[in-house]
Design a protein around this ligand. Structure first.
Ligand code: BGC
Length: 764
């Protein structure tokens, strides 16, 4: 495309500069006026059917030919605005060609995909990325994922998932950043920046679609899709916070949730989608429904039928419908609704404008296609695997390390027994939200350990036990295509064999947890036990008497009972490079520095249990609220060990008294008091002693991950901004900053004990 033409469209004014010897093209975004007038000109030419088409998004995959057939019919008529689940560049080009060359108005398609934790290069699952407490790492990772997506013709990620999750029975806890709104907001904003780059339309970047708006994580009983009832206090102070951060970071899209929020299904909830999102926060992008969620308004008892559902969704603020597989979009009936006066032309056009504007900003009218050969180079860029490995290393959380059993000394160990159903499973190593459309290759833990030690250390392997099959089949299982049958395994014999291998080795390394299909969408569990006979395997191996390292591959706290493993490390689903990353951690070529993004409860019956609760009744018996066991968690929020030790001192608050709205500066010394270099995440917690509402015992309000050499001390500075001292109170129905006394703690977990205080006073 010639420069002049591009410039005339106001889409991309290119200059070439050099950075570090590499030419980079600086592209500036088109002006809002230019985008608007171009969209208006196009809308003026569109029929109501074409408009409704732009607002319709369809699944398109080869495994369901009938779906492809349904879509093809609509596509050629110019009645499809977007497709999802296509990731082959030849396919995106082929389909795009139909839209651009065969339809009347030649409006390009927008391709969306669940780029949740990578496209071709699979990164650790989001809960693991959050455990890195490293927003820059997270931003870089999503930027890498965006570059792969954009190279194959994908323009939009249905991510980040920014739901607060406080009940680990809910499977989708794995897709988010855990229980805390401050950490969640930091991760949400970092991901939006990573996906989108400096602006929508930045080269090699895509649109981010934070989801699912809003409150989805509070599903009753942790059951996926079940209703959610949240107080205003929880909504504003907790659940909406990551969304607000994502919108402030410039997210171009928001996905509405499935479930009912306080009695109104989210995709028909005008309070959420219009009053909060657009009127209060000023969101300018487009809203997509979750899959089938528009038709579902009729199923959920809000709308009377699918036509009514389409009207209700559009009026509430849904711009694009992600259609139900096998059915035309309910939005197909919008032209009739227009004719009948049930929606106005302005309502229809506003939605169309937002979708068309996104396409203009992305430059799709000028560059609808991708270079298929170049796409392959991007997907196979070796630096991507390196980045995935570093991400997996930085995500791991060391939960226990008795007698400094980790890291292993490769010069002293002669043999290792690697045991467990997840030790050599590439598919599970990748985690959920990875399909045939991605890339199913992964280095397993066994392969990573073998590659690291070569022939120097003897490695014996036993699968130990099999993971149980799920009770109800899930459509997600089908997405990987048919699986080769596995030979039968006599688990009793294999547990015995594994125990013998452990007895004959210097150390046993168990990789246990949950298979990837046991977590994620439609994968809630009513128990947090190790599934199947894994606990029996673990106990038997421990009884063999050799040092035991337990690596947990999963995405939620598990009930560890009183297991006697010497070391426990949470490795999440570590992605394509998982095995190499974990081998580096096990042998000390990398050091664990992640921290828990959730409270690790003892068992499912404790859910929900959060660190930022209110003081209630006598705090002296707060750990004794159950008759039969402690009401304390197994590990607190923010917890994680290292191969070294850190100490905190000299917590200093600049002044003792502040006026409302003034920033509060806090400094603290953190020292690496141990023998090895390591990473620490210094965390600042705040408590307001009295106020308009009662405030939680502690709330995270700052964190920094630092690398310190042995003996090194670093003076860290935190600034509490006015918004960190503000909260939403139901007493006033608004935000408030009270004049009150505040406690501050800084340390390595939510149980930090180094404390100080300050006061906020109204000036006289
Ligand atoms: C999920 C969304 C996802 C969509 C498309 C839905 O079932 O809830 O998170 O983006 O499917 O795959």
């Amino acid at each position: 495309m010639q420069r002049a033409l591009l410039a005339a469209f106001g889409v991309a004014v290119m200059t070439t500069a050099t950075a570090g010897g590499k030419p980079v093209s600086a592209v500036t975004p088109p002006s809002n006026e230019m985008v608007r007038s171009r969209a208006e000109a196009l809308i003026a030419e569109m029929t109501p059917q074409e408009k409704a088409g732009q607002l319709s998004q369809y699944f398109y995959f080869a495994v369901f030919p009938s779906q492809a057939q349904l879509v093809n019919g609509h596509l050629e008529k110019g009645e499809v605005g977007s497709l999802l689940f296509v990731s082959d560049p030849a396919e995106t080009n082929r389909l795009q060609k139909i839209a651009v060359e065969k339809t009347r108005l030649k409006i390009p398609l927008l391709f969306g995909f669940d780029v949740i934790h990578g496209l071709h290069t699979i990164l650790p699952v989001p809960i693991g990325m959050a455990a890195s407490w490293d927003p820059q790492l997270v931003e870089n990772a999503q930027s890498l994922a965006a570059s792969e997506a954009r190279a194959v013709g994908i323009h939009w990620a249905f991510a980040p998932h920014v739901a607060i999750a406080r009940d680990p029975r809910w499977g989708r806890i794995v897709e988010g950043a855990g229980e805390d709104p401050y950490l969640g907001a930091a991760m949400a904003a970092a991901q939006v920046r990573g996906f989108q780059g400096a602006f929508i339309g930045s080269p090699r970047h895509i649109i981010a679609g934070p989801k699912h708006f809003a409150g989805y994580g509070a599903a009753l009983g942790g059951r996926d899709y079940d209703e959610v009832n949240l107080s205003d206090n929880e909504l504003w102070n907790v659940y909406l916070q990551p969304f607000k951060a994502a919108v402030d970071a410039g997210a171009g899209n928001i996905m509405a949730a499935y479930m009912g929020l306080n009695g109104v299904p989210a995709s028909g909830n005008s309070w959420l989608l219009t009053k909060v999102l657009r009127d209060t926060w000023g969101f300018k992008g487009f809203v997509v429904s979750d899959s089938a969620a528009v038709r579902s308004l009729a199923v959920q008892g809000l709308a009377s039928d699918p036509d009514d559902a389409a009207v209700r969704a559009l009026k509430a603020g849904v711009d694009m419908e992600m259609a139900l597989i096998g059915k035309p979009a309910a939005f197909e009936s919008l032209p009739t609704a227009l004719e009948q006066g049930r929606i106005s032309r302005q309502e229809l056009d506003s939605a169309v404008r937002r979708v068309i504007e996104a396409k203009i900003r992305l430059g799709l009218f000028e560059n609808p296609y991708v270079d298929e050969a170049k796409a392959m180079t991007v997907l196979h860029d070796p630096s991507h695997l390196n980045a995935a490995r570093v991400a997996a290393e930085r995500s791991a959380v060391l939960l226990r390390n008795e007698n400094a059993v980790l890291p292993l000394d490769a010069h002293r160990i002669k043999s290792i027994a690697v045991i467990g159903p997840l030790a050599d499973s590439p598919r599970d190593t990748l985690g959920p939200w990875v399909f045939k459309q991605n890339n199913l290759n992964a280095t397993t833990i066994l392969a990573g350990i073998r590659a690291k030690v070569g022939t120097k250390i003897r490695i014996d392997y036993s699968e130990g036990v099999r993971l149980p099959a799920r009770l109800h089949p899930s459509p997600f299982g089908m997405m990987d295509g048919p699986q080769p049958p596995k030979a039968a395994l006599d688990e009793t014999l294999e547990i015995r064999r594994a125990t013998e291998l452990a007895r004959g080795a210097d150390v046993a390394l168990l990789v246990l947890g949950e298979g990837q299909e046991m977590i994620g969408e439609m994968a809630s569990r009513s128990s947090l036990d190790l599934p199947g006979r894994q606990q029996e395997l673990l106990d038997a191996v421990v009884a063999a008497g050799k040092p035991v390292i337990l690596l947990l591959m999963n995405g939620r706290p598990l009930d560890l009972k009183e297991t006697k493993a010497d070391a426990i490390m949470e490795i999440w689903y570590p992605g394509s490079e998982g095995g190499n990353a974990i081998a580096n951690l096990v042998f000390g070529d990398a050091a664990p520095g992640g921290k828990l993004p959730f409270t690790w409860i003892r068992n499912a019956a404790q859910a929900p249990l959060i660190y930022s609760h209110l003081t209630s009744h006598d705090p002296g018996n707060a750990d004794k609220r159950y008759w039969n066991e402690s009401s304390e968690p197994r590990y607190p929020f923010g917890y994680g060990l290292s191969y070294t030790k850190f100490s905190y001192a000299n917590l200093h608050i600049e002044r003792t008294s502040y006026a409302p709205g003034e920033p509060v500066n806090v400094t603290v010394d953190v020292q690496n008091a141990g023998p090895r270099a390591g990473d620490e995440v210094a965390q600042l917690y705040l408590h307001q002693r009295s106020g308009t509402s009662a405030r939680p015992v502690r709330e995270l309000k700052g964190f920094q991950r630092v690398t310190l050499q042995p003996g090194e001390t670093r003076n860290l500075r935190f600034t509490l901004r006015p918004e960190d001292l503000r909260y939403w109170t139901s007493v006033l129905g608004s935000w408030v900053q009270d004049a009150a006394k505040f406690d501050v703690w800084v340390g390595g977990s939510s149980q930090a004990d180094l404390a100080s205080s300050f006061e906020v006073k109204r000036p006289h």
